[in-house]
Design a protein around this ligand. Structure first.
Ligand code: CU
Length: 284
């Protein structure tokens, strides 16, 4: 028994250190992860509460109740136990119960659900805006409040990934999106070709990027760090290769980055990126 406990402790210890190491190099889903990604915004905190504190209880109680009911029916009312079958067809009280009870359960879920939907929808006073455009198969970012600073962000190819530098296969990008913490950031999503979806689990956002439309959401990042997300709408052959990498920094660091980025992307070279070229030439 002692040996098993020791083994269990070693294993959990190893898992904890692995997940801590993962956290150090960026927030993304981890192998063997259970539950939702750790929240980095009040948006995700509310979603996590809704899932863990409300929905999980409701579904657990329903599953236990229905399973118990079925076992009881199978034992108590099988053919052996009931030589003479009952002729009962109606039971008014029972019918009222199984109609009213689900309605009550749905109302209990609906009230906080609607409250949250409106909270997640938009912010009254955004302090800045990030405009996101989906392309087959990369993301374009614009900062309209900072002289329309804009750049594209491509996945780093697998053979160029530098794990020592904290880069992650299929998730790291050549140009990180840098955003300040403790700021109400409005996010506008759109697309230049097909429908994509801008999703960042740690922030609790997943917004469709639809050509010809501008969708809105907002975030307020509470913890500095590097966060990973992916396109979440099947958008073509390279759907899996257009990740999102957001670096959340302090307001001072963000101000410094803006100056740097304006210079870096000043004459944002409009010559085609190899991946754009591949698209134009037809992907093999
Ligand atoms: Cu996409």
């Amino acid at each position: 028994m002692k040996k098993i406990t020791a083994l269990f402790l070693t294993l959990t210890g190893a898992l904890v250190s692995v997940s801590q190491a993962m956290a150090a190099i960026g927030v993304s889903a981890t192998p063997t992860q259970l539950g939702l990604t750790e929240a980095a915004t009040p948006q995700m905190e509310r979603i996590t509460w809704f899932h863990n504190a409300l929905l999980m209880w409701v579904i657990t109680i329903i599953v236990i109740f229905v399973t118990g009911l079925m076992i009881w029916v199978a034992i108590r009312y099988n053919r052996k136990a009931n030589k003479e079958a009952s002729k009962t067809t109606h039971h008014v009280m029972l019918e009222i119960c199984w109609t009213v009870l689900p309605i009550v359960i749905l109302l209990v879920i609906a009230v906080p659900s609607f409250k949250m939907l409106y909270y997640l929808d938009r912010t009254e006073n955004p302090e800045m805006t990030l405009k996101v455009t989906g392309y087959q198969w990369y993301w374009g970012y614009e900062y309209p409040d900072y002289d329309n600073l804009s750049f594209e962000s491509y996945m780093i190819p697998e053979d160029e990934i530098d794990e020592a530098a904290g880069q992650k296969r299929l998730l790291s990008t050549d140009n990180q999106v840098v955003l300040p913490i403790d700021t109400n950031i409005q996010i506008l999503t759109t697309s230049a070709d097909v429908i994509h979806a801008f999703a960042m689990p740690a922030f609790g956002i997943k917004k469709d990027a639809v050509p010809g439309r501008l969708n809105e959401t907002w975030i307020n990042i509470k913890k500095p760090g590097v966060y990973f997300g992916q396109c979440s709408q099947i958008c073509g052959i390279k759907h899996a290769y257009m990740p999102i990498e957001i670096k959340a920094v302090s307001k001072e660091e963000f101000a410094a980055w803006i100056i740097e980025a304006k210079e870096k992307f000043a004459n944002n070279d409009k010559s085609l990126h190899p991946m754009q070229l591949a698209v134009l030439q037809g992907v093999k």
